[in-house]
Ligand binder design. Structure first.
Ligand SMILES: C[S@@+](CC[C@H](N)C(=O)[O-])C[C@H]1O[C@@H](n2cnc3c(N)ncnc32)[C@H](O)[C@@H]1O
Length: 242
């Protein structure tokens, strides 16, 4: 065992990195399969989805930085990632983490206070990863657990000015599929669907993410697949349950 450990730790990173990568994928895939492909969805699956459906060479706006893991992933393929995090501790750490990444901007504050200003500043094709919500220990909890309705209203108000949008709302399992319970701050999934339809966006739900993409600008083969495969689900619902 000690010999094996010795060999492993003496291997150059050149050999260790791909082995670690493959084993991480295999372990999380195996655990996910064991859970019947339920929640939580492994982050590599979500990343793959975002990569295949987002606009390339476009700005990313993320709400909820947490430790900056998704920020780091998005920054690999974007000239600018703006991430909003209200927790002073988390945003300070994230600023430190990305201090050498000129294409990452961490904003300390809530979506309620900053999202509108950030969206007004950007132009062209914009990707959104909306993931700012209370998520337990050490994360920020404001008056509402999620600012999602306000964020969607801001995008609606600015969408006409933007060339195209790809909106990804994470953790869609938290959004009730029927009428929301009175104490829930999360609107229903019907609300999300009607928001997408009202803004002429095609939508789908995959791997716990609600996806809404500008329908008049198919930009990648993956998006074409998404649209054609979700044709039956692209109808707007009649009643909006807010
Ligand atoms: C699920 S975590 C984000 C995870 C991160 N996006 C990732 O993928 O690695 C949610 C984050 O949202 C933050 N948050 C909570 N309320 C918020 C609000 N009103 N505006 C913006 N962010 C908020 C929390 O502090 C927490 O760090």
């Amino acid at each position: 065992m000690t010999l094996a450990k010795g060999i492993w730790f003496n291997l150059p990173n050149f050999f260790r990195a791909p082995i670690l990568l493959v084993s991480e994928f295999s372990v999380s895939s195996w655990l996910w399969a064991k859970r019947g492909y339920g929640f939580p969805v492994p982050s590599y699956v979500k990343r793959k989805l975002l990569k295949s459906l987002s606009f390339t060479n476009a700005i990313w706006i993320e709400t909820g930085t947490l430790h900056g893991d998704m920020t780091k992933f998005l920054a690999k393929s974007s000239d600018l990632v703006i991430s909003i995090e209200p927790s002073e501790l988390l945003s300070t750490r994230a600023k430190k983490r990305f201090r050498n990444n000129p294409n990452v901007s961490i904003i300390q504050g809530t979506s309620e206070d900053y999202f509108s200003d950030v969206v007004k500043e950007v132009s062209g094709r914009v990707n959104f990863f909306l993931d700012g919500h209370f998520s337990g220990v050490a994360t920020f909890q404001g008056d509402r657990d999620t600012p999602i309705q306000l964020e969607l209203e801001v995008i609606s108000a600015q969408i006409g000015r933007l060339e195209a949008v790809a909106v990804f709302i994470d953790d869609v399992r938290l959004f009730p599929s029927g009428a929301p319970e009175t104490e829930s701050d999360y609107p229903s999934r019907d609300y999300l669907i009607n928001w997408a339809c009202g803004n002429n966006l095609r939508w789908d739900i995959q791997h716990d993410i609600f996806i809404a993409i500008s329908s008049d600008r198919l930009h990648s083969p993956s998006a074409e697949t998404l649209h054609s495969s979700s044709n039956t689900r692209n109808n707007c619902v009649d009643e909006v349950e807010a």
